[in-house]
Design a binder for this molecule. Structure first.
Ligand code: HEM
Length: 321
């Protein structure tokens, strides 16, 4: 009885050892562990293959065929197709423009035949759009979109086309004719230098240093009245101040008298226009031409005095008596 028990134990031990011979220290047999089993099958691909039953079967059948027919009919070795499966890698440096890649493009359709009437009658492919030369732009800048020359034309004609000015040819001339006496005289300053050229609005070209900004700087610089004290000016006295014969040019505006002499070369309408207001009340002319201009702001530094009645002096003396 004891002998039988010992024998059974030895057999159990042998079975146990057989089951764990290929193994590791896992307590379960390798054919129970799924990961282990699949790893095993991969590791034992055809070259090694001993435990993969499928591989074994195929190899053995091929071997049997080889053995059975090698003497009668020569047979080619089985071709492995695994190597023909195309593979690619993202790290591969593939040149898409190379002729090698072009050779892999599908062949041209064979219908219709190359020399058939059907192919000859088909329309030619549309012309490629004109490629304008790429413009180089400084870094960080986006180049403006390029447009085909045909798109850079004027807008299409509309019903208002007849109201537009002609796009070619001379513009209508609203000033005096070129070379006329009127234009020549207007372009000459009193000292003979070319100063002003009239335009349709009557503005003139001011000589250098006589812009509105220059005038603004001049009136900030100080007193432009030309008199030492504030004056009471009678109409007869104003009438004598015409800007001629060595006299200054005075003009009145709303009862106040201004010395317009320093402003003459700065006047955008020209000296001749401004001189029309010299020696008299300039309010009416002024408001006819440019009511939006602020006289007092423009000529504040040129204020000579106030306009008084002609008999102001005599009346004052009488009142004193
Ligand atoms: C005496 C005070 C005057 C001052 C301060 C003055 C000032 C000015 C100014 C600032 C302009 C430019 C206006 C603008 O650009 O819109 C101007 C233009 C003109 N002024 Fe006078 N002006 C005066 C008197 C006169 C007088 C008395 C006349 C005519 C009799 C006259 C005729 C013109 C003309 C024809 C223009 C150009 C047309 C225009 O700008 O619309 N100005 N003047």
């Amino acid at each position: 009885m004891g002998y039988i028990t010992v024998t059974a134990l030895i057999l159990s031990a042998c079975f146990f050892l057989y089951n764990y011979s290929a193994m590791s220290w896992n307590p379960l047999p390798h054919w129970i562990l799924p990961g282990k089993a699949s790893q095993k099958s991969i590791d034992s691909e055809p070259n090694e293959g001993t435990t993969n039953s499928k591989t074994q079967t195929r190899d053995s059948s091929v071997a049997a065929d080889d053995e059975g027919e090698s003497e009668s009919t020569p047979k080619a070795d089985p071709v492995r197709t695994a190597g023909d499966v195309p593979t690619f890698s993202l790290t591969d440096d593939v040149d898409m423009d190379s002729p090698a890649s072009e050779s892999t493009s599908p062949p041209a359709p064979t219908f219709p035949a190359a020399n058939s009437a059907q192919r000859a009658s088909t329309m030619a492919p549309p012309p490629k759009p004109v490629q304008l030369p790429a413009r180089k732009t400084p870094a960080g800048l986006v180049a403006p979109p390029t447009r085909a020359p045909a798109l850079q034309r004027a807008p299409p004609p509309s019903s208002a086309s007849s109201l537009r000015l002609p796009s070619n040819g001379p513009l209508p001339n609203r000033g005096p004719p070129a070379g006329s006496q009127q234009r020549i005289s207007a372009s000459l300053s009193p000292n003979g230098t070319a100063v002003s050229v009239p335009n349709p609005r009557g503005k003139v070209l001011l000589s250098p240093g006589h812009s509105p900004m220059d005038w603004a700087a001049l009136i900030r610089s100080g007193n432009l009245t030309g008199v030492p004290t504030f004056q009471r000016v009678t109409p007869s006295e104003l009438k004598r101040m015409t800007g001629r014969k060595g006299k200054p040019a005075w003009s009145s505006w709303q009862g106040k008298v201004y010395n317009i002499t320093p402003y003459l070369p700065f006047h955008p309408g020209g000296e001749a226009e401004l001189m029309k207001a010299a020696g008299r009340d300039g309010g009416k002319l002024f408001m006819e031409v440019h009511p939006w201009v602020n006289w007092e702001n423009m000529l504040g530094s040129c204020l000579v005095g106030v306009l008084v009645p002609e008999d102001y002096g005599a009346k004052g003396l009488e009142e004193m008596d």
